[in-house]
Design a protein around this ligand. Structure first.
Ligand SMILES: C[S@@+](CC[C@H](N)C(=O)[O-])C[C@H]1O[C@@H](n2cnc3c(N)ncnc32)[C@H](O)[C@@H]1O
Length: 410
């Protein structure tokens, strides 16, 4: 079989990849633009579609630009560096419009761009193995060795080469599984996730990185501070926040602030914040309203941070519960005016959808980083109708985006 095929790109797929037709099948070719003629190598041959790797652009689009990152096209992180940013936003908005159309929403979508197309990301997870330190290749489990990542904030981007040399120079491939870097302001924590209890000497690396950085080592979810900076500190909506290396935090601070402001605008009365992470959003709401706020979060590290935030900021109207939303919401008999849900990518469980339908709250705010599971869940909670939809471009240059919908029970 000829593995090289030729096609014209006529549309975009779910992750922004170009879509064409050849041999009576649909084909998906990442990093291509509508109207382009391209050749691609078949990487997956299924009954109804081909998955392809771009080989050559035969007739290029006028929109095509030179990607700033040398790893673009190989590394699986970014999808849109070959296009101007406003084109990326148009594609994402169109893809979301199609998704929300599946649940009958035909209103406008408010698109909120990122201020920075590059250097915005405050967190990255590096993979270690096969003599490499880096990110995964597109559609592969293999590691693409990288020395920088242009969408990350400056301290993260600068540290990658030192960390990579440290792992390689000390032959730590079999001990370290991942490295998570997290930046807030002018501080950065480097968290080495290991596969056993090891005494690794990080002092040389700390010296190279300098006082803005701190190093942690984590084994079986327990993080140990090794040297340098211990916490990251930030002020969010007038709240003092301290972040440890483990807990969840939205990756684009600027877009996150805009999103939290919008959430605050829709909140009325007693509020239940499900999947509340490190409690920043709960804290902002508790500070902004004269009513009770309850946050529910399953992660221990996140819950501890939420408790610390509550104490430090004297938020006496905030209750943080450490538990599984499925169970906690089911057993909680309180009446709320507003419910917020911000689940992980796999969305809400069927139990959680039932829970929402059984609650009397008229107002629901659903925040999602996966429009497919969002749409599935909206189909399960039809008593709530979308009144307003937003696309927050939290993950510029990648195929992902954050969605927020405000719903009301009729
Ligand atoms: C997308 S994050 C949202 C965090 C928060 N809303 C924010 O803006 O930072 C999802 C959070 O849900 C938590 N989580 C996942 N499954 C959960 C469950 N079944 N019950 C409660 N929390 C859960 C995760 O630990 C994570 O902190």
């Amino acid at each position: 079989m000829n593995k090289i095929k030729e096609t014209t790109i006529i549309d975009y797929g779910y992750d922004g990849e170009g879509v064409g037709r050849v041999d009576g099948k649909v084909c998906f070719v990442p990093f291509t633009i509508k109207g382009e003629d391209v050749t691609f190598e078949v990487t997956k041959n299924k009954k109804s579609f081909y998955q392809g790797r771009l080989k050559e652009v035969l007739k290029g689009s006028d929109l095509r630009i030179k990607p700033p990152c040398k790893y673009f096209g190989r590394c699986g992180g970014c999808r849109y560096q070959h296009l101007p940013y406003d084109e990326e936003l148009k594609i994402k908005a169109e893809l979301l419009k199609r998704q929300l159309g599946k649940v009958g929403f035909e209103g406008d979508i408010e698109v909120v761009p990122t201020e920075l197309e590059y250097q915005y990301r405050n967190k990255i997870k590096l993979f270690v193995g096969e003599g490499k330190v880096g990110l995964k290749y597109l559609a592969s489990n293999k590691i693409c060795d990288v020395k920088e990542c242009k969408i990350c904030e400056d301290l993260i981007c600068e540290a990658i080469k030192y960390i990579s040399n440290f792992v390689k120079g000390n032959d730590l491939y079999k001990k370290i599984v991942n490295i998570i870097l997290r930046q807030e302001g002018d501080g950065c924590l480097v968290n080495f996730i290991v596969n056993d209890y090891y005494e690794i000497n990080y002092q040389g690396l700390q010296l190279l990185l300098g006082e803005k950085y701190g190093i942690y080592q984590t084994y079986q979810n327990i993080s140990r501070h090794i040297c340098g900076k211990e916490f990251l500190e930030a002020s969010e909506f007038g709240l003092n926040c301290k972040y440890s290396p483990q807990s969840f935090h939205q990756v684009n601070g600027n877009v996150c602030q805009k999103m939290y402001s919008e959430v605050l605008g829709y909140v009325r009365g007693k509020t239940l914040n499900c999947y509340s992470g490190n409690g920043v959003l709960s804290g902002i709401i508790a500070k902004g309203i004269n009513d009770k706020v309850v946050g529910i979060e399953i992660g221990k590290a996140e819950h501890q941070e939420a408790e610390r935030l509550k104490e430090e900021n004297k938020l006496y109207n905030l209750v943080n519960i450490n538990g599984d939303c499925d169970e906690v919401v089911k057993n909680n008999k309180e009446k709320f005016n507003t419910i917020i849900v911000d689940p992980p990518r796999n969305g809400l469980s069927e139990v959680m959808c039932e829970n929402l339908l059984n609650k009397s709250a008229q107002r629901l705010i659903y925040i999602s980083c996966n429009s497919a599971t969002l749409v599935r869940d909206l189909g399960r909670i039809k008593a709530y109708k979308i009144k307003k939809a937003y696309l927050f471009d939290m993950f510029a240059r990648t195929g992902e985006y954050e969605v927020m919908v405000f719903l009301k029970k009729d």
